[in-house]
Design a protein around this ligand. Sequence first.
Ligand SMILES: Cc1ncc(COP(=O)(O)O)c(C=O)c1O
Length: 309
Amino acid sequence: MSNSTTRGQQLIDLIGKTPILPLYFSDVDRTVWCKCEFLNPSGSIKDRLAKTIIMDAEAKGLLHRDSILLECTSGNTGISFAMLGASRGYRVTIVMSVRASYERRCIIESFGAELILFDKPGYQHGIQITQQMQAENPNYFLPRQFENPLNALDHEHETAVELVAGCPAPIDAFVTGYGTGGTLAGCSRGLRQANPNVKIYAMEPAEAALLSGEEACCHWIEGIAGGFVPPLIRDIQLDGKIKVPSEQAMRMTKRLNREFGLLVGTSSGANVHAALEIARSLPPSATVATFLCDRAERYFSTRLFESSK
Ligand SMILES: Cc1ncc(COP(=O)(O)O)c(C=O)c1O
């Protein structure tokens, strides 16, 4: 690419450094500290991963004018790569399940990216499609979000550091869900470096609590728990797992919408539900942190908005 170091740089600079909101739940007299990842430019935490992988590949000379970014994703990663591909000047092809919401497809196509949809549950089939495509055409560049260590490294050195700096006291407990596991793995390492006593919890849908040794079944918390334990979290040290039923995740998401004015997606509701459960087991002064991962507009056609009156 000719001007790859400057093209789209201002947009890249908008990624990260998101604010942290203390949400006070008066019914239980507890506060949860929420990092507002939905304020990233494409609307989700995944902008961080896309930025890091693209910039690393550019620095290593792995991207050129004919490169096509190709990734299998539940949607948010696809949106982030589509946005940065448009601004940075790369073609983008996204492989995703037909079950991903209609809005996410529209957003990806609006950025000019190509979509390939597959009709099998889980990510494994989509990952195979990308590998096959790259074997046939070396112009495809695979970010490999599920195994790329940069995914977690970035959260360790950026997101966790921002989280520590933005909370008024040392973080006592942290909880988040996992899709690729990059957020959970990286933040757990980064937060432990800042405070070795921090307790780290994984949130998972009660219907697909794989870390808790249960079978994966259908859940409605979009963006997390793709039916397998991702390699990035296989070795992390957890202090506990919090199972959140989809119904409870949706209920908390509605509370975030209506009591706090935060139009966020279901994984944010699930994260806050889990964080509140942890906070209730600790003194009211404890600092419990989590993420509001993405915006809700991409879920208008889903179950989350079926009964929103
Ligand atoms: C809405 C949402 N929440 C949470 C996550 C989990 O992030 P990670 O892939 O870092 O585990 C994702 C991942 O795509 C997501 O889209």
